[in-house]
Design a protein around this ligand. Structure first.
Ligand SMILES: [Zn+2]
Length: 75
């Protein structure tokens, strides 16, 4: 009696979650943080640039975090 080969089932289909999400760009602030597809990031609606986080966007903008009423910078 012939044996049915199960070889084609041995490895299965590739798990989509194993695949690395597609690289989109580096963070526009210059921190070299890579941004991948499906990452939640900050987009500047004026330029379309993507930033890895709010902190990156603030760093790249003419903005800073301060204590209101004191102008004291908060890091
Ligand atoms: Zn950044």
């Amino acid at each position: 009696m012939d044996r049915v080969s199960l070889d084609r089932f041995a490895h299965g289909l590739p798990d989509p979650q194993d695949a690395q999400n597609r690289f989109v760009c580096m963070c526009a602030c210059g921190c070299r943080e890579p941004i991948y597809e499906w990452d939640v990031v900050i987009e500047c609606t004026l330029t379309g640039d993507l930033y890895a986080s709010e902190r990156c966007f603030v760093r790249a903008s003419d903005a800073r975090r301060v204590l209101a009423g004191t102008r004291e910078a908060v890091t």
